[in-house]
Design a protein around this ligand. Structure first.
Ligand code: ZN
Length: 308
């Protein structure tokens, strides 16, 4: 299984257009010891001819253009992108779908509730269903195993299983609407298996319990929520707002943070992804970066590729 990290930042990217935090300011000034990042985006494949996207970031058009393996090859209109698997309805996971509206057939895998939010509540997504067999919506359910299909509609060789990680819907979904939806459809973790190798992909994790630890221990490669370093990170930067946990992200540091909670996982290669621009571990000259690397973790970068 080939895994390409096309983007590794949280929503907003790094730098974020309206942010002048210490990281964004230093990066724009050319004095930052670290790398810019586009919003989190993965592409996976067995044969490097047919690709599945994990979510669809707002930066997707540029991410496709900077990845030659995702370019059209045969005929006037063509794409090696077979489908998109959605883990939530967050803007930074779905906005890129609107950049794939040029009548190219592909498949979207999502929970029934996410499909209803996109198709019934947000009319702009009707652009994906203008002609028959444009986007094939495939409903997936937590606890279910299913095959990801390639561009010809055949089994790609990648088996997916998804599980619920939380019941919070994005802020653009009204409370009234959220009450009509299934809570366990809101946020998914993904396990992908091919040729006996396992990738666990969890870009947003609200809490870590023993069941989750047990699930992750069998992974060969773990890409895990690295959004915030500390629970009060945004409050310290902005002078107010929500905590990391209130936003649905376990922070990296602290007694209940992911570094300590996942320290016992000794099988998977562990990599933080979906990193917010305010996160001090982006600074490769700083103590937070050193702490993460000393704990055996890596920090995802745009353009990194893995072969499992
Ligand atoms: Zn910033």
């Amino acid at each position: 299984m080939y895994i390409e990290i096309l983007g590794s930042a949280a929503g907003g990217g790094f730098p974020q257009w309206n942010c002048n935090c210490a990281n964004c300011h230093a990066l724009r000034s050319g004095i930052f010891h670290g790398k810019p990042r586009t919003q989190t985006q993965l592409a996976i494949s067995i044969d490097r001819r047919s690709w599945i996207l994990l979510n669809a970031s707002p930066d997707l058009r540029l991410q496709i253009e900077s990845s030659s393996f995702l370019h059209p090859e045969d005929g006037l209109r063509n794409s090696p992108i077979a489908g998109v698997l959605l883990t939530s309805g967050d803007i930074d996971q779905i906005a890129g779908l609107l950049s794939l509206r040029e009548l190219q057939p592909f498949r979207v895998y999502c929970t029934p509730s996410i499909r209803r939010i996109l198709q019934e509540d947000n009319s702009a997504f009707a652009m994906l269903s203008r002609v028959p067999r444009q986007v094939s919506w495939t409903e997936i359910h937590p606890g279910q195993n299913f095959s990801l299909l390639d561009t010809t509609g055949n089994d790609s060789g990648i088996c997916a299983s998804v599980f619920s990680l939380g019941s919070r819907y994005p802020a653009y979904v009204s409370k009234q609407r959220a009450n009509q939806l299934c809570g366990e459809d809101a946020l998914l973790g993904v396990i992908l298996q091919a040729s006996g190798q396992t990738l666990a992909y969890l870009p947003a994790v609200p809490a870590i319990d023993d069941a989750l630890l047990h699930r992750l221990q069998s992974a060969d490669l773990l890409l895990f929520d690295g959004t915030f370093w500390s629970d009060d990170e945004l409050i310290k930067v902005q002078g107010g707002g929500a905590t990391a946990r209130e936003m649905g992200h376990v922070p990296v540091s602290g007694a209940d943070g992911s570094l300590r909670k996942l320290a016992s996982l000794d099988r998977p290669r562990k990599i933080f992804i979906h990193i917010n621009n305010t996160n001090p571990m982006l600074d490769e000259a700083g103590p937070e970066y050193r702490e993460v690397r000393d704990a055996g973790w890596e920090i995802a970068e745009d353009g990194t590729r893995f072969e499992l």
